[in-house]
Ligand binder design. Structure first.
Ligand SMILES: Nc1nc2c(ncn2[C@@H]2O[C@H](COP(=O)(O)OP(=O)(O)OP(=O)(O)O)[C@@H](O)[C@H]2O)c(=O)[nH]1
Length: 297
């Protein structure tokens, strides 16, 4: 299990990467050794605890790391780090510390992992920012890509389990998309994909995760929302898409989507995906342009 940034709605937005408010973060941490190499966490001045517990802001689920291992915060002189009496100690540039000032480029050792501290704006931080965007987002829409979505959903499943909160997944698929490509061309198809992504983004709440997980398929995770609430949100999206004509070179085209919704009930991410997928195919079978959800238990 790799590192997870928690405190989702505050620490980092669960909105798609393209939607992130720029300028809020003043520094970042990048994993340069250990699990989830390249993972990046923004520091925006608020205290951040690194540890094995799922309830800290940056979870690294590894036995070499204490439940609450160390804390990073900002004071008038910049960022500081303090070890929280961890079993294996916290290191800055390979020296054990109790408390220390952090400087651009410092290596922070926690258990088997090494994180690099970088001031925002440094060339290296921008380089990592670009790499991170490339690795986690879909270039056509700016939404999360499939891999990143799966990683974030795994984390939400842990949180839902721990706090006994509901979690609902919707899979959204454009209807008869091949015909749009065939009739209007691939670039027009791309603009329809972008347009639908835009509708999904504009109507998402901060705690929702949205991704493009396939050619003309999107996924939305409704964290902390019941099946009924997610169903109502999905139905609103379906109606919005249906009501908004796309302008394809002067021709107005109506596009529809089918949506399958499933609630997480213990079990793995792939079981949740399969359940939502079954509902999506039911929506297609029953005539498209509709939302289907599994019956409640
Ligand atoms: N323009 C464009 N087309 C894509 C992209 N990715 C996949 N496609 C096309 O999307 C089409 C998907 O077609 P199908 O899976 O047959 O589905 P459909 O025509 O939407 O039919 P239903 O889902 O059954 O309503 C294929 O023609 C793919 O080539 C993309 O990034 N851009």
């Amino acid at each position: 299990m790799g590192p997870r940034t928690n405190n989702t709605t505050q620490r980092r937005s669960t909105r798609p990467p393209g939607d992130r408010a720029e300028g809020a973060a003043s520094a970042c941490l990048v994993v340069i050794h250990g699990q989830d190499l390249g993972h990046r966490v923004e520091l925006d001045g608020r205290p951040l605890v690194i540890g094995r517990s799922p309830d800290v802001e940056l979870t690294i689920d590894h036995r070499s790391i204490s439940r609450r291992h160390c804390r990073i915060w900002r004071d008038d002189d910049g960022y500081r780090i303090r070890d929280l009496d961890s079993t294996n100690k916290t290191f800055v540039n390979e020296a054990p510390i109790v408390e220390a000032q952090l400087h651009d480029g410092d290596h922070i050792g926690v258990g088997d992992s090494v994180l690099k501290f970088m001031e925002r704006g440094s060339i290296e931080a921008r380089y990592h920012e670009e790499l991170y965007q490339l690795a986690t987002s879909d270039p056509l829409t700016g939404l999360y890509n499939r891999r990143q979505f799966q990683e974030l959903v795994e984390k939400e499943i842990l949180r839902a389990t721990r706090h006994a909160r509901p979690l609902t997944l919707a899979l959204v698929d454009i209807d008869h998309f091949k015909a749009i490509n065939d009739r209007h061309g691939h670039p027009a198809g791309d603009s329809v994909i972008r347009g639908i992504a835009q509708i999904l983004k504009q109507n998402a709440r901060a705690e929702q995760l949205i991704a493009r997980i396939g050619g003309e398929e999107f996924a939305i995770l409704y964290a902390e929302q019941s099946l009924d609430d997610a169903l109502a949100a999905a139905e609103r999206l379906r109606a919005l898409v249906q009501a908004q004509p796309f302008d394809l070179g002067g021709e107005r085209l109506r596009v529809c989507v089918s949506i399958g919704v499933a609630q997480w009930r213990a079990g793995s991410l792939s079981e949740l995906m399969r359940a939502a997928d079954a509902q999506l195919y039911r929506a297609k079978r029953e005539g498209r342009d509709r939302v289907c959800a599994e019956d409640k238990p």
